[in-house]
Design a protein around this ligand. Structure first.
Ligand code: EZ4
Ligand code: CO
Length: 406
């Protein structure tokens, strides 16, 4: 590798991108965005990874991955794994460009014609939620995540501040401010309210529309079990992050009580975070992203492991996964046999001006396109208009002031 640059820009929100160039001038991009902790990964790359890349053979993807993972001695964690992911994706981008093929061809070729994606809807009350679902259907989504306000809670994760009655669903939890915003939480109020909301949605849209819901790490195992059971009549595609992900054993209890499918893993960074979950078949969908789980090389291993237990992919795709990270995910989605669904939150126009993309979106399905590589280019001139701005995810307190999982 002749050069490797860390690009930090904020076109609508912050992104960290690695751009690698080979001795022959072939360029590859990787996403290293870690929402609310962006500069830590930028420093990890600039100070500790870029100097190691110069002069290395860009085609040795596996060796470079092992070198960065084992060679650091300090393993795992989101900062390390986002940095490794950026290098890994940039090298896959380069290898595919040199081969003259879209990346999915190097991953085994297409296993399907398109990648089913789910969109997002939310409402501060049920009528607003139903309008939001209709708006996302009009945007082409055929599967929809449903989040709702809860009476008695001031601000709930996943609920857009403005109703999204048309166009792109615009929800970004991180706020540009010097300090993180404080939100509130009341589990009892949430558990009382949510089943009735899903009943209203099913009554309006019928039994066939795939519906998803994210509990965002907030419940104890027995609360999660109760929610999963209460939602069974509404036939969810999945219930996501019902308990905090650190405790893999928690899902054993949830699983004993409900047949609602479970998704987990957006904050996981390696296959080891899935060890018990996969072996004991405690969940149904792998939520990791290429960006936060060590790149295409490592995420492929996670879904291949999961495949032996009929567990499918459901990769994380919020706007804090950059178009580079999304593109890499789409190539993997298209290639792996055990694809389940892909989260798709459309980026802002400002983001799309910096990251030029080749993916297509039609009839509820994404396709990464046929350009050699991953199909994304970076516009430095456009990026120059959007310098980094400090932004933080919010955090939660219970009514009595106790910090709770956000
Ligand atoms: O909170 O991407 O399923 N999606 C999510 C996201 C995450 C953010 C964190 O950066 O849970 O909204
Ligand atoms: Co989530």
């Amino acid at each position: 590798m002749r050069s490797a640059e860390v690009l930090v820009a904020s076109p609508g929100r912050n992104f960290v991108t690695l751009r690698v160039m080979t001795e022959d001038g072939v360029v590859g991009l990787g996403d290293a965005t870690l929402n609310g902790r962006e500069l830590a990964v930028a420093s990890y790359l600039t100070d500790h990874v870029v100097p190691l890349l110069l002069g290395r053979d860009a085609h040795r993807i596996e060796d470079t991955w092992q070198f960065l993972y084992r060679g650091a001695y300090w393993r795992r964690g989101p900062v390390t794994m986002a940095a490794i992911a950026a290098v890994d994706v940039a090298l896959w981008d380069i290898k595919a460009k040199v081969a003259g093929l879209p990346l999915y061809q190097l991953l085994g070729g297409a296993s399907r014609t398109g990648v089913m994606a789910y969109g997002h809807a939310s409402g501060r009350d049920v009528p607003e939620l139903l309008d939001s679902i209709r708006a996302q259907q009009a945007e082409g989504f055929r599967s929809i995540r449903v989040q709702t306000s809860v009476p008695g809670i001031d601000k709930v994760y996943g609920v857009a501040a403005q109703p999204s009655t048309s166009g792109r669903y615009d929800y970004e939890p991180a706020q540009r401010a010097p300090l993180p915003a404080e939100e509130d939480w009341d589990t009892s109020a949430y558990l009382r309210h949510v089943p009735g909301v899903f009943e209203a949605v099913r009554n309006e849209f019928g039994p066939a529309l795939p519906l998803l819901h994210d509990a965002h790490h907030r419940l104890t195992p027995i609360q999660a079990a109760r929610l999963g059971r209460a939602l069974e009549p509404y036939d969810l595609f999945w219930l996501e992050d019902c308990t905090p992900g650190e405790n893999q054993d928690a899902l054993r209890l949830v699983r004993q009580h409900t047949t609602t499918p479970l998704a987990i893993g957006e904050v996981f960074t390696t296959v080891w975070d899935y060890q018990t979950l996969v072996r004991e078949q405690l969940f149904d969908y792998v939520r990791s992203s290429v960006t936060h789980a060590g790149g295409v090389t490592a995420l492929r291993r996670i879904v291949d492991y999961a495949a032996q237990y009929q567990i499918k992919s459901g990769f994380h795709g919020p706007t804090d996964i950059s178009p580079v990270g999304m593109a890499a995910a789409l190539h993997l989605d298209l290639a792996v046999h055990n694809f389940g669904i892909q989260e798709y939150m459309q980026h802002s126009a400002a983001t799309d001006e910096v990251f030029r993309q080749t993916f297509t979106w039609a009839d509820g399905h994404l396709h990464p396109g046929e350009e050699p590589g991953i199909g994304v280019t970076y516009d430095d001139d456009a990026a120059a208009h959007h310098p980094y701005q400090a932004a933080y995810l919010p955090f939660n307190r219970l009514k009595d002031g106790t910090v709770h999982d956000w």
